[in-house]
Design a protein around this ligand. Structure first.
Ligand SMILES: Cc1cn([C@H]2C[C@H](O)[C@@H](COP(=O)(O)OP(=O)(O)O[C@H]3O[C@@H](C)C(=O)[C@@H](O)[C@H]3O)O2)c(=O)[nH]c1=O
Length: 251
C-alpha cells in the first residue's frame, strides 16, 4: 500500500486553501526525500478547525499519517515508530525504551490535555531535549531550526502526529516547535532538564519567518503565547542564552 502524505496550505490568515504544496520549494537547504502532490479531500476534523488534504488512496479506518524520513527533517530531530498491539481489550503500546537511544535523557515527564483548536508555542529551549508522544487525538507539529551552526538552519517542517499511528519524536534544543491540536488531544512528553521558565523562549506562532503554514490563523493560545514577541527577538534571546550557557554561566 502506498505511503500517503498530508498537508495544508493557508491562503491568508484564517482561511485554508487547497493549492497543492510542493515542499521542495520551502526553505530547507537539504534534499527532499519526496514531493507531496496533495489532492482536495473533505475535512474529517470539526468544521473550521482545519482542512485535511490527503492522498486519494486513503481508506476508511486507516491512518492518513505519512511515513517520515529522518533525513527529511531538521538535523537532530528523531522519529521513533511505535508498535500498537491491539486485542479485544484495547491497545498496548510501548512508548519508551532506553535501548532506543532517543537522544533525550529524561528527568521529567509531563501529561498535557488540549481542547480542540489549541496551539501551544511556538517555543524554543536552549538547554533541554523534548521527547513526545501523542496518546489520543492529533497534533500538527511545527518545527523550525534557528541553531546558528546547524546544517539545516532555517529549515521549517509541519508534521502530523496521530495517536492512531503512534510515533515518538525527539526535539533538540534550538529547534522551535509549536503544537496545534485540531481535535481534543492528549500528549505526554519527557524533558532532559527540569522545567525552568528562563528557558521558555518563543515567538508568535504566526511570525512569517517561521514559514509554518498552520491550518488555522486563529488558534486558542495561552496569554503568554498571545503576547509573545517577534521572531528576531526570539533568535536573539536564544543566541544570548546559548552563548551564556556555553561560556559556563549558570542555568
Ligand atoms: C512547561 C511546564 C509548565 N508548568 C506549569 C506552568 C503553567 O502554570 C502551566 C502551563 O504551562 P505553559 O503555559 O508554559 O504550557 P505550554 O504552553 O504547553 O508550554 C509548553 O509548550 C510546548 C510547545 C513546549 O515546548 C513545552 O516545553 C512547554 O514550553 O503548567 C509546570 O508546572 N511544569 C512545566 O514543566
Amino acid at each position: 500500500m502506498g505511503r500517503r502524505m498530508t498537508g495544508w496550505n493557508r491562503g491568508h490568515r484564517g482561511s485554508v486553501s487547497c493549492t497543492p504544496i510542493d515542499f521542495s520549494s520551502r526553505s530547507c537547504r537539504f534534499p527532499r526525500a519526496s514531493r507531496a502532490v496533495i489532492e482536495r479531500q473533505p475535512c474529517r476534523f470539526p468544521a473550521g478547525a482545519c482542512s485535511l488534504l490527503v492522498f486519494p488512496e486513503c481508506r476508511a479506518g486507516e491512518s492518513t499519517v505519512p511515513m517520515i524520513s529522518n533525513e527529511d527533517l531538521p538535523d537532530g530531530i528523531r522519529i521513533q515508530p511505535l508498535t500498537p498491539h491491539a486485542d479485544d481489550r484495547g491497545v498496548f503500546t510501548e512508548i519508551f525504551r532506553e535501548e532506543w537511544s532517543i537522544g533525550c535523557a529524561a528527568v521529567q515527564w509531563n501529561a498535557v490535555h488540549s481542547v480542540a483548536g489549541v496551539l501551544r508555542g511556538v517555543h524554543v529551549h536552549a538547554t533541554h531535549h523534548d521527547y513526545l508522544v501523542v496518546l489520543s487525538g492529533v497534533m500538527v507539529l511545527g518545527l523550525h531550526d534557528i541553531r546558528p551552526s546547524s546544517p539545516t538552519r532555517g529549515c521549517s517542517r509541519l508534521l502530523t502526529l496521530e495517536a492512531a499511528a503512534p510515533r515518538a519524536i525527539t526535539i533538540p534544543p534550538g529547534i522551535c516547535h509549536g503544537f496545534y491540536f485540531p481535535v481534543a488531544s492528549l500528549h505526554v512528553y519527557a524533558v532532559s532538564a527540569y522545567w525552568n521558565p528562563q528557558d521558555e523562549l518563543g515567538c508568535r506562532f504566526d511570525c512569517q519567518e517561521l514559514e509554518l503554514a498552520w491550518p488555522t490563523g486563529s488558534p486558542r493560545l495561552s496569554a503568554r503565547d498571545r503576547m509573545a514577541g517577534s521572531y528576531l527577538q526570539m533568535c536573539e534571546a536564544y543566541r544570548a542564552r546559548h552563548d551564556a550557557l556555553a561560556s559556563g554561566a549558570s542555568r
